[in-house]
Design a binder for this molecule. Structure first.
Ligand code: ATP
Ligand code: MG
Length: 298
């Protein structure tokens, strides 16, 4: 499938109005999309094996979205075929006191993927230009120096800090890709109602979710600004249609596979010495077999 149309590499002309949350390309039904997603999961498994063996690069995948857009389900489904040893998932909620005692990138820095691994952030430092921008009182409550807190240019500075941080990661071997799961306000309402009406989904709903929905337009503005200012060639945003979960998951699987392919990963090449050692080890193992069978005859 073609994910290019969702990829934002240069945010300067980004407009959320150009992105249809209900888009499903040529897929008329869920069945074919699920089949293609499963094929992508097999592709991801192979790519991850090389990333792990190479042990030099890593991939950071950031998920951002409004509540009920399907972050958790996309992470669960798409990553289901991966080797758990090579994957790490971190969720970033309301910061703890310890986290508030540091700058906003700190808790995410601590959770970056090790070399050879795929790291997934379920929410991220982008919250500090999203929910914090939508609710100025949160910024007010933070223990920041007054000149920082009262700086009218604080958001542009944070976008620049994020671009710098992501460039720093890229230049040191970590590729960063960002997903915005673009669910419509109507579909969010349906999903909230289903969470309220279905007992085993009740736990997924909190009154805070309904409260944040009341700030929908401000969130969309904050997302637009964030994407405009932090979409770059090396760390693109993918604005994925999220009204049909099966389509979102297919698109995520394709975008992750393409990101890994673009990293041009290879299994490590063996030195002459290592190859000679392998041959020596093989000879010893075979000799051991011979000894074993001789012993069993006596
Ligand atoms: P779920 O899918 O389970 O609802 P969730 O990611 O929405 O997962 P919640 O515990 O419902 O998790 O919500 C976490 C909340 O924490 C979100 O509203 C998010 O915006 C908020 N949050 C995350 N980072 C920050 C931050 N740096 N400052 C303030 N609030 C934050
Ligand atoms: Mg929530």
């Amino acid at each position: 499938m073609d994910v290019d149309k969702f990829r934002i590499k240069d945010g300067s002309s980004f407009d959320l109005g150009d992105h249809d949350a209900g888009y499903t390309a040529d897929y008329l039904s869920k069945d074919t999309a699920v089949k293609h997603m499963k094929a992508n999961i097999r592709r991801l498994y192979e790519l991850q094996a090389v990333l792990y063996a190479d042990n030099k690069r890593s991939l950071l995948i950031i998920f951002q979205a409004m509540d009920a857009a399907g972050k958790d389900g996309a992470i669960k489904k798409v990553m289901s075929g991966l080797n758990p040893q090579g994957t790490q998932v971190f969720s970033f909620k309301k910061p703890s006191q310890e986290e508030l005692d540091h700058d906003y990138l700190w808790r995410c820095s601590k959770s970056l993927p090790e070399r050879g691994r795929i790291g997934i952030f379920n929410r991220s430092y982008y919250e500090d230009v999203l929910i914090v921008r939508v609710h100025p009182a949160i910024l007010e409550s933070k223990n920041l120096p007054d000149p920082v807190k009262n700086d009218p240019d604080i958001w542009n500075k944070r976008y620049r800090q994020i671009r710098d941080f992501e460039r720093h990661l890229t230049e040191n071997g970590t590729k960063v890709i960002k997903f915005f799961l673009n669910v419509s306000k109507e579909e969010q309402k349906e999903r909230f109602l289903s969470r309220i009406d279905t007992p085993h989904k009740n736990w997924k709903f909190s009154s805070a979710d309904a409260r944040e929905r009341g700030f929908w337009d401000r969130y969309m503005e904050a997302y637009t600004e964030a994407i405009r200012n932090t979409a770059t060639d090396e760390s693109p945003w993918y604005v994925l249609p999220a009204d049909h979960k099966w389509f979102t998951r297919l698109a995520v699987s394709e975008a992750v596979a393409q990101a890994l392919e673009s990293m041009d990963l290879r299994y490590p090449t063996m030195t002459e010495e290592h190859l000679e050692n392998l041959q020596l080890a093989k000879e010893m193992l075979l000799k051991e077999d011979g000894e074993g069978s001789a012993a069993s005859q006596t």
